[in-house]
Design a protein around this ligand. Structure first.
Ligand SMILES: [Zn+2]
Length: 133
């Protein structure tokens, strides 16, 4: 990631916490650059988005790192048994549009079991005809 990527992530996170001080954001940006600069932007963005769904406080480095680790292990350990799920294609999660924003939620198939802390996808978002439970 470059500096602009970090700025985009900070903007995304601070949009969730409008009361945070600008001076704090400068320091947070430096820390994130140091800690997450080595990762791909899209990976860190996905991780941050999953953290923000639950965050009651501004996300910490460890929360984001945990989400990065979990996304990376999904990427490096695909489980072929579940890849024919019509909703998540074996990722275990899907993106839905709700209240005008994109949200991640857990697929009710076998792949989604790994994401037990996530909210389950609402029925209207799922093609339930063919889920390999
Ligand atoms: Zn699924």
């Amino acid at each position: 990631m470059n500096k602009q990527d970090i700025k985009n992530l900070i903007a995304l996170a601070s949009g969730s916490f409008p009361s945070i001080q600008k001076t704090d954001l400068v320091q947070i940006g430096k820390t994130w650059e140091e800690m997450f600069g080595k990762y791909e932007y899209q990976l860190v963005r996905d991780a941050l988005r999953t953290v923000l769904i639950y965050a009651k406080f501004f996300p910490s480095v460890s929360e984001i790192q945990e989400a990065i680790n979990s996304l990376r292990s999904e990427q490096t350990n695909p489980k072929p048994i579940i890849t024919d799920c019509p909703n998540c294609r074996g990722n275990g999660y899907l993106t839905i549009r709700q209240d005008g924003e994109e949200r991640y939620c857990r697929c009710p198939c076998k792949a989604g079991e790994r994401l037990s802390g996530w909210p389950t996808a609402p029925g209207w978002a799922l093609d339930t005809s063919d889920i390999p439970f």
